[in-house]
Ligand binder design. Structure first.
Ligand code: IVH
Length: 686
């Protein structure tokens, strides 16, 4: 084996180990930058030596060329389904039945060891490993025949391409690992927001989104979706002796597969039942969707004795949670005006219970989506609530139509201020263009006080609305100028008591004191939080951080050109434009001025500014450096307190030009910026 080949192999092992630490154990040992460096090194070597490229290289996870169609494959052993228990009695009845069956077929037992697991609502897949290497990944299909989706499954970082083995361990000849591929809930919501904004049909639930992603002919699309997997079974195996399900789970864990940490073994039925109840309680906290818990008989011999009826093994059962969908009447489609002026349609429905919660409102994405699904006011509709996801209207029940239903049309005027609405070319969102639209202002104040922003507890959404409608606040800055005496005794809401009398709720002195304290506390929030709280379009918490670490105070950011802003790594032109537009509005400048007077932080605190000999210096790198990669150069500069920007601008201090520098060097010369070569740069780094 050549030295290069040895090195390539070593790099692959290293990268796969870090994949495992990051994606399976959630315990990374190295920085993203270090990981990227290993990855680029491997990629470069494989490009230089194509003969060393292999399908199980981590570089193959980024998505191969699109396929024309999927190949059908027969599973080595069928993938069975599960019988359901709809409630605790049915679960207990199942247990009593299998205990009796086992007693009839052998010595029997007082209690049977069971294993409880979450029933993941995703897409079942089968992963075949031959001599430790992933050779094929397929969908469940009809249980006997599925589709070969190996290319797409390879893009899921939590799926080992090569299983983890001990130093002297031989991989079994064949092991088929089964699991459920899913899309985390946040990723699902983000994906749908993006799709809605791009006028693409949205996915109705995370399961459909996961299935759609795995069954993509273009692996690059799958690679771009943060799919994940929970493995839960060993199917077909050769050269592997395992006697029980719990043992199989441990084996999978030891061999690098992602196993749900809450899977438990029980020695009594009551324990297993309690675990199922715990899963139902835990459901809203999970970042993935489950539609039940699965209880399995642990011992394989017992499993064999129990056998299969039809497609359902007798040795396992799904304890189903209250269903996540319901049917109700859509009374009206309401319109919410968001803080950026977007008119968001939402469903107002007759209250209905879905998954144990009563709902009467649901989101509806956008006008086009409502048209496409042909949802009309007055329709009976299917609503769905999956895990923690906001309830959604899935579609109309056409059979129940009376003919009096009204097709939906977006209003021509803003329901809040009456301005003529606009729908820019190529966009799906209808907007209110009026910057002083009351709805937009109230929403922007709600955003300002919200948890991720200024986090002013004691000033909730309702109170913001009330203060605004009373004219006590007209913008976010006014919050800091509220006086105790304006608030104590203020009527905030009313309700009807048991005697049928109206009771008015008023702000008490104590809660006003709390509010004042919370407002005071919020003055200490760091610059990036303030920047996020301002509610600049497209500037979420991450972008706010990026901007705050590049521009040290609001003055610098206000003075920056669009080019300089979009020169910040991770910030694009759309964001840069939105920032410029925001600072172009006189009323925003006025608000900032008053927030500043109120004592909010509009510059990076000195403690946050990194100290070091290059502190405050902004670098731009161009061309190739011989002795270190760009990522390494960036790391070194940052370690000494400097910053690295993506393009040359007014605030650039130094440009480092390596071999064959590009247009950045030209721009630097035009602007009269100092340019140094690699030798000088190394000297500077010491
Ligand atoms: S075991 C008997 N375990 O549920 C073996 N299945 O309704 C059947 N599923 O097709 C599979 N989580 O897609 C098993 N922890 C889990 C599961 C699980 C989700 C799915 C799987 C299967 C379906 C059966």
């Amino acid at each position: 084996m050549s030295d290069t080949e040895k090195h390539v192999r070593q790099l692959r092992r290293q990268i796969e180990r870090h994949n495992y630490l990051y994606y399976v154990l959630d315990q990374p040992e190295i920085s993203d930058a270090e990981y990227d460096r290993l990855f680029s090194e491997l990629k470069l070597l494989e490009e230089k030596h194509p003969e060393l490229s292999t399908p199980d290289s981590p570089t193959q996870r980024v998505g191969a060329e699109p396929l024309k169609q999927f190949v059908q494959v027969r599973h080595p052993l069928p993938l069975f389904s599960l019988a359901n228990a709809r409630n605790e009695e049915e679960l207990r009845a199942w247990y009593v039945r299998i205990r009796k069956l086992l007693a009839d077929r052998g010595p029997g037992a007082a209690e049977i060891a069971l294993v409880s697991e979450p029933k993941i609502d995703g897409l079942a897949v089968s992963l075949v490993y031959e001599h430790g290497r992933l050779s094929r990944g397929a969908t469940r299909g009809n249980g006997e025949i599925g589709e070969d989706v190996t290319m797409n499954l390879r893009t899921i970082r939590a799926i080992p391409l090569v299983m983890k083995l001990q130093a002297d361990e031989q991989a079994p000849a064949v092991v088929e690992v089964r699991g459920e591929v899913y899309l985390p809930l946040e990723a699902f919501e983000k994906l749908n927001l993006e799709r809605a904004a791009a006028a693409k049909p949205v996915f109705t639930n995370p399961r459909n989104a996961a299935a759609g992603s795995v069954r993509q002919l273009d692996p690059k699309v799958a690679a771009a979706r943060p799919l994940n997997i929970w493995c839960y079974q060993i199917g077909y195996a050769e050269g592997l002796e395992i006697g029980a399900h719990w043992q199989a789970i441990q084996w999978l864990k030891e061999h690098g597969f992602r196993i749900n940490p809450h899977i438990k073994r029980h020695t009594s039925f009551d324990e297993a039942l309690e675990a199922c109840r715990a899963w139902e309680r835990r459901r809203p906290e999970l970042n993935y969707d489950i539609d039940g818990a699965v209880v399995k008989v642990d011992d394989f011999e017992m499993q064999a004795k129990l056998g299969i009826v039809g497609r359902d093994p007798r040795w396992a059962i799904a304890f189903k949670f209250a269903p996540g969908t319901a049917i109700t009447r859509l009374q009206k489609i309401g319109i919410n005006v968001g803080r950026t002026g977007a008119l968001n349609p939402y469903a107002i429905m007759e209250p209905v219970e879905v998954g144990g919660v009563t709902i009467s409102q649901a989101t509806m994405h956008n006008e086009d989506d409502i048209r496409r699904k042909d949802i009309r006011e007055g329709d009976w509709v299917v609503v769905e609530r999956a895990g923690d996801v906001i309830p959604q209207v899935v579609g109309p029940v056409i059979q129940k139509r009376s003919g009096r239903e009204k097709p939906f049309r977006m209003p021509k005027r803003c329901p809040s201020c009456g301005s003529h609405t606009v729908r820019p070319e190529g966009e799906v969102v209808v907007r209110c263009p009026n910057k002083s639209c009351p709805s937009q202002i109230v929403e922007s104040i709600k955003h300002f006080v919200s948890k991720g922003a200024m986090d002013i507890d004691g000033v909730g959404e309702k109170l913001v609305g009330r203060l605004f409608s009373l004219g006590l606040i007209r913008n976010m800055a006014d919050l800091y100028y509220l006086k105790q005496e304006d608030l104590v005794g203020l009527a905030t809401s009313s309700s009807v008591n048991k005697q049928g009398k109206e009771v008015v709720h008023r702000l008490q002195e104590a809660s006003v004191a709390n509010m004042m304290r919370a407002l005071d506390d919020s003055r200490k929030r760091p610059f990036h939080r303030v920047l996020f709280a301002l509610g600049i379009r497209h500037v979420g918490s991450i972008n706010a951080r990026l901007l705050a670490s590049r521009f040290r105070n609001i003055g610098e950011l206000m003075a920056a050109s669009e080019d300089e802003i979009s020169g910040v790594e991770g910030i694009g032109l759309v964001i840069a434009e939105a920032v410029r537009e925001f600072f172009g509005e006189p009323h925003n400048l006025e608000t900032i001025k008053r927030l500043r007077q109120a004592g909010l932080s509009f510059s990076q605190a000195p403690a946050e500014r990194r100290a070091g000999p290059l502190a405050g210096k902004s670098f731009v790198l161009t061309g190739t450096l011989a002795s270190l990669t760009r990522a390494e150069a960036k790391e070194k500069i940052e370690a000494l307190g400097g910053k690295v920007a993506g393009s040359v601008g007014k605030s650039t201090d130094l440009v480092v030009a390596g071999a064959s520098p590009g247009s950045k060097a030209k721009k630097a010369r035009e602007l009269g910026k100092m340019i140094i070569d690699e030798k000088e740069f190394l000297r500077l780094l010491g």
